[in-house]
Design a binder for this molecule. Structure first.
Ligand code: DC
Length: 222
């Protein structure tokens, strides 16, 4: 069976960065499942969809004209041939993504698309329900957390480096709202799989977390 490592956790816990580092070190493929929810959100906004029309949103998710391309600087994401790699990272898109992600039809529409990312020599998948719903057979499941304040600080720094000014308090409020929405939805809520390894990254550096996950992978897959 092709090996899979899942990394789930709340927004801003560092899942994406760690998934990229580990994938690079192991030479494995990567699935940023949140990007599919973000792309669905962006497509809905572009098409001025009525957010109460779940059927329409589900159809958009099912037919997303998306393309992922590996570039020297990372992954480029195209929606209908338009490079939306930066556009989908917007805080507002994150909130809308969290809303459409609560719809059962949307989750169902994206399920097989996510599973199709499994390929030799292995896959690192990050999201909210990778270990519980999408890849329940994964041999290594990680649930990554960090305090809300720490996650907001990290996001604040990232945005500041990009020249975007936001208030820290607003970021904390946004993260709390999104965590609550993602954790309390009835379908595939954010929660650790029963067999997940918990990692609190609040006081750890990126290198320390990367090494910890690589050590766990070595134990599980050799
Ligand atoms: O990981 P992210 O911030 O890019 O995800 C955006 C939103 O998508 C997040 O608030 C919840 C949703 N999501 C989800 O419900 N399930 C996933 N596997 C990944 C993301």
């Amino acid at each position: 069976m092709i090996p899979v490592i899942t990394i789930d956790g709340p927004s801003g816990a560092g899942k994406g960065t760690i998934a990229q580092n580990v994938a690079r070190q192991l030479g494995w493929h990567i699935l940023d499942s949140g990007s599919l929810y973000r792309l669905t959100a962006l497509a809905c906004i572009q098409q001025q969809v009525d957010f109460s029309s779940e059927n329409v949103i589900e159809a958009i998710a099912r037919e997303l004209p998306v393309r992922f391309e590996s570039e020297s600087y990372g992954l480029a994401i195209f929606l209908d041939n338009q490079d939306v790699s930066d556009a989908i990272r917007d805080e507002e898109i994150g909130m809308v993504a969290s809303k459409v992600a609560a719809m059962g039809g949307v989750r169902e529409a994206l399920l097989e698309r996510q599973r199709a990312f499994v390929a030799e020599p292995g896959l690192i998948a990050d999201g909210r329900d990778m270990g519980t719903t999408v890849f329940p057979q994964a041999r290594l499941k990680i649930f990554m957390t960090a305090s809300c304040e720490e996650r907001a600080q990290r996001r604040y720094k990232q945005l500041k480096e990009k020249g975007i000014s936001v208030s820290l308090a607003a970021l904390v409020a946004d993260l709390k709202a999104r965590d609550e929405q993602d954790s309390n939805r009835p379908i595939s809520p954010l929660k650790p799989a029963a067999d997940a390894v918990m990692i609190d990254t609040s006081d750890m550096s990126i290198d320390q977390v990367t090494q910890h996950v690589l050590d766990l992978a070595k134990q599980r897959f050799s």
